[in-house]
Design a protein around this ligand. Structure first.
Ligand code: SF4
Length: 136
């Protein structure tokens, strides 16, 4: 197992050295795009996607990851800002946040264009001045 999969650095021991990425993964086009952008940023080494739902469910381990992160980057699907609120509710810093619905209309579909993932990923890399994680 793992031979064909690129394993990610563990969140908890490495959070102080990494940009942690929190996405809402909502059940609409913009939520799915938020997730896919988080995946793309992680695979390209700009940060590490982590489990925002675990914080909402009361996991102290994940709360600690957010509180100790070098930087928290939050990708919300729409103006409800669910992922941001999860971090704010436990007193974790939100260092950079974005609302996908400012770029694309929220629609009740799980379909999206790959081109939108690329454009928004590039926008975030530039707008947030992201650098690649030193941890691999
Ligand atoms: S921010 Fe919007 S898209 Fe994301 S989970 Fe909340 S309501 Fe759904």
């Amino acid at each position: 197992m793992g031979e064909e999969f690129k394993l990610l650095p563990l969140c908890h021991p490495n959070a102080r050295e990494m940009t942690m990425i929190w996405v809402c993964s909502g059940a609409a086009n913009v939520g799915k795009i938020a997730h896919e952008v988080g995946v793309r940023l992680t695979k390209e080494g700009y940060g590490r996607l982590c489990c925002v739902t675990a914080i909402a469910a009361g996991s102290k381990l994940h709360e600690g990851i957010a509180k100790n992160a070098k930087r928290n980057l939050v990708i919300n699907g729409c103006a409800n800002r669910c992922a941001s609120k999860v971090l704010e509710n436990v007193g974790a810093r939100v260092d950079y946040k974005i609302d996908i619905s400012q770029f694309l209309r929220k629609m009740p579909t799980l379909d999206f264009y790959e081109g939108d993932i690329e454009k928004i990923t590039e926008f975030i890399i530039n707008d947030a001045h992201l650098e690649r994680n030193s941890v691999e």
